[in-house]
Design a protein around this ligand. Structure first.
Ligand code: 13P
Length: 246
């Protein structure tokens, strides 16, 4: 199955209007690499302005609420994000699962709300270091994926991001064999739920991906791109990752 590579930057709680020039430069670089789908998941405050300058890079959010509207101070609905210019959103990032106590059921509900508002979704899963050290990471993350998977999951609107928690922002990554084994396990888990749709669904790797390791990671058969934090904050750092996917 030939899956287009998808490379997405997650700026987390970084970025002010002063950084819109980086968005513009990344969008221009994406335009020069049309074989790769490139996006930036930005702070919500930047989505509207970024959408106007992002060129070939799509703009996404980092989370959305599962409800359409209501008394949820400080939260943003999927429709609000769509109106601002987002075309996709991350759900279930480990930092939100941990900081905001989001459950697998919350993550599935958020994915459905995003889809209903017309957003594409990147659903994150990944294990702690304790789980990795215990030797059952593939089973644990496969269970987490199936518990977080929304009804109607399909390759045309949903992608998965495997992000080992211990690799995020640490400069450490799993061995290539471990990444290959996990991505194969996740695709097999998907197939038990969605059958042949699993063949087309993109499974990204995330966690300390950068210009030095991206080519090797994305050469793995079931790795269909990357979800990139620190190395997506400037065009200079992100460009080699996009290049590695092309
Ligand atoms: P880093 O690339 O900074 O490790 O972050 C990965 C991540 O959490 C992307 O969502």
């Amino acid at each position: 199955m030939d899956r287009r590579k998808l490379v997405v930057g997650n700026w987390k709680m970084n970025g002010l209007a002063a950084q819109l020039g980086e968005v513009e430069a990344i969008g221009a670089f994406a335009a020069a690499h049309p074989s790769v789908d490139v996006g930036l998941c930005l702070p919500a405050t930047l989505i509207a302005q970024a959408s106007a300058v992002s060129g070939a890079a799509f703009i996404g959010a980092q989370d959305c609420h599962m409800k359409d509207s209501g008394a949820h101070t400080g939260c943003l609905s999927a429709a609000m994000l769509t109106e601002a210019g987002a075309t996709s959103t991350i759900v279930g990032h480990s930092e939100r699962r941990e900081d905001q106590g989001e459950s697998d059921a919350d993550v599935a509900a958020k994915a459905l709300a995003a889809r209903a508002a017309g957003l594409k979704v990147i659903l994150c899963v990944g294990e702690s270091l304790a789980v990795r050290d215990a030797g059952d990471a593939e089973a644990v993350v496969s269970r987490q994926l199936l518990a977080s998977l929304p009804d109607g999951a399909a390759a045309d609107w949903l992608a998965i991001a495997y992000e080992p928690i211990w690799a995020i922002g640490t400069g450490r990554i799993p061995t290539m064999d471990a990444v290959a084994a996990m991505h194969a396990a996740l695709r097999a888990a998907l197939a038990t739920r969605i059958g042949t749709q699993a063949d087309g669904m993109r499974i990204l790797y995330g966690g300390s991906m950068n210009g030095d390791n991206a080519a090797e990671l994305m050469a793995i058969a079931d790795v269909d791109g990357g979800l990139v934090g620190g190395a997506s904050l400037t065009a200079a750092k992100f460009a080699p990752v996009i290049e590695a996917a092309g």
